[in-house]
Design a protein around this ligand. Structure first.
Ligand code: GUN
Ligand code: ZN
Length: 437
């Protein structure tokens, strides 16, 4: 074995793109690095150098394995900040808005996750699907059952994936067969945190489903857990649908707003992610920003369930953090490229702009920042874990033809996100190792 191989060295040559910060609305050139002929050097599963291939090739230790990715674009793996593993088998169940959709499709499907073997089988498929789509990290809702998290984390650990997950807390306004109690929910959450949080690449999220399905006692318990375990995540839904918001007002008549309910129970802090955040007011957005809690903008879900349009500009004005999410099974695709494209259209519908560079930022470093993982994933920062993807710019005849007709990086990225899906993902690497067949 060569000295390079013994050090676990590997080099990948191709076009490289990654972000250092948010390029914003005006494509800030200091926010990203793009090397048309780039080299990514990996040592023991971590990024050890990134730059121009001609410069770095000259310094490579003899015998370093070099993979050439001609006409392909390498970037950090996508990060999906909100998705539901137990909804895999009910994606594309339609004809309803949120509350009916939950009752008619979601709760019956999630009921099956009491069974570890079922959960494990779905988790394996779900992870295959994420990886096929170039998503290397996700923040994942389980069902109400502890087994849904054990099965998911067992599957993720075996593959060495960086994942966040938690069991749903829901002790009212849902069928018995997916209901816990404030006591059992707290006990199970505590057990799961102790078993999984910080083990390898796994982290736990305290996961109250949404305010209407938790009693005040359960929300208090979630807040207590959040204070007790400050490095654990908080993951829930907020301000997605008009009927949902009216229901929250009825259930919590003292609240100033839906967000106020979560704030009241101590669930607004850093490492808290709220899916949707469509119907927030200015005060809510400033409170989100001040607390460090962030939104998971889920455009395919918001359009499919007829929920509404995420207001990018209002969130930016308030300084509120957000990133992108598929929200499968309300969302209609595992692909972050499809998600970027729908986010772009949601911005267009409001005469706002989501430039392609910013969309790719939100799907990589932006997601890592929301999850406080920017020192581990989301960019090719030296020392970061080498989870990255290889996109084939000629994956379809139309893509090949249209890409040939582009000049700038921005044009190329817009074509990738507008026409792209899983077909573009030629390979996904996890800590430097290829995982797709
Ligand atoms: N609100 C509460 N539960 C859910 C869910 O499963 N999906 C979506 N989109 N919103 C929710
Ligand atoms: Zn969701």
């Amino acid at each position: 074995m060569s000295a390079a191989a013994m050090q676990g060295l590997a080099a990948h040559r191709g076009a490289l793109l990654h972000f250092l910060s948010d390029p914003g609305e005006f494509d800030d050139a200091a926010a990203y690095e793009y090397f048309e002929d780039g080299l990514l050097l990996i040592e023991d599963g971590k990024v050890s150098a990134v730059g121009l291939a001609p410069d770095l090739l000259a310094q490579l230790p003899a015998g370093t394995p070099l993979t050439e990715h001609s006409d392909r674009l390498l970037m950090p793996g996508f990060i999906d900040t909100h998705i539901h593993v137990p909804q895999t088998d009910m994606i594309a169940s339609g004809g309803r808005q949120l509350l009916d959709w939950l009752n008619d499709y979601t709760f019956p499907t999630e009921a099956r996750f009491a069974d570890y073997a079922h959960g494990r089988e779905v988790a394996e498929f779900f992870l295959d699907e994420l990886l096929r789509n170039g998503t290397s990290t996700a923040q994942v809702f389980g069902s109400v059952h502890k087994a849904s998290v054990d099965s998911f984390f067992d599957a993720a650990a075996e593959r060495g994936l960086r994942m966040i997950a938690g069991k749903s807390l829901m002790d009212r306004n849902c069928p018995d067969y997916v209901r816990d109690t404030a006591e059992s929910g707290e006990r199970d959450t505590r057990e799961l945190i102790e078993r999984w949080h910080g083990v390898g690449r796994l982290s736990y999220a305290i996961t109250p489903r949404f305010a209407p399905t938790s009693t005040e006692q359960q929300l208090e318990s979630a807040g207590r857990l959040a204070r007790e375990y400050p490095t654990v995540y908080i993951h829930s839904h907020l301000a997605e649908n008009h009927a949902e918001i009216a229901w929250v007002k009825q259930l919590f008549p003292w609240s100033r707003s839906y967000l106020d309910v979560y704030e009241h129970y101590g669930l607004l802090r850093e490492r808290a992610t709220y899916a949707h955040c469509i119907y927030l007011d200015t005060d809510d957005r400033h409170r989100m920003a001040a607390s460090g809690a962030c939104a998971a903008c889920s455009p395919t879900s918001n359009l499919y369930l007829g929920s509404g349009l995420f207001d990018f500009a209002a969130c930016d004005r308030a300084g509120m953090g957000y990133a992108l999410a598929t929200d499968v099974g309300g969302g209609t695709s595992f692909s972050m490229l499809r998600t970027m494209s729908e986010a772009y259209k949601v911005a267009q519908m409001q005469n706002q702009r989501l430039p392609p560079l910013r969309a790719f930022y939100l799907a990589t470093l932006g997601g890592a920042r929301v999850l406080h993982l920017q020192d581990r994933i989301g960019s090719f920062r030296v020392g970061n874990e080498a989870d990255f993807i290889v996109l084939d710019l000629a994956a379809t005849p139309l893509m090949k033809r249209r890409i040939a007709n582009t000049q700038t990086l921005n044009e190329k990225l817009l074509v990738l996100m507008t026409l792209g899906d899983d077909r573009l993902v030629a390979q996904t690497y996890i800590r430097g190792l290829a995982v797709l067949p």
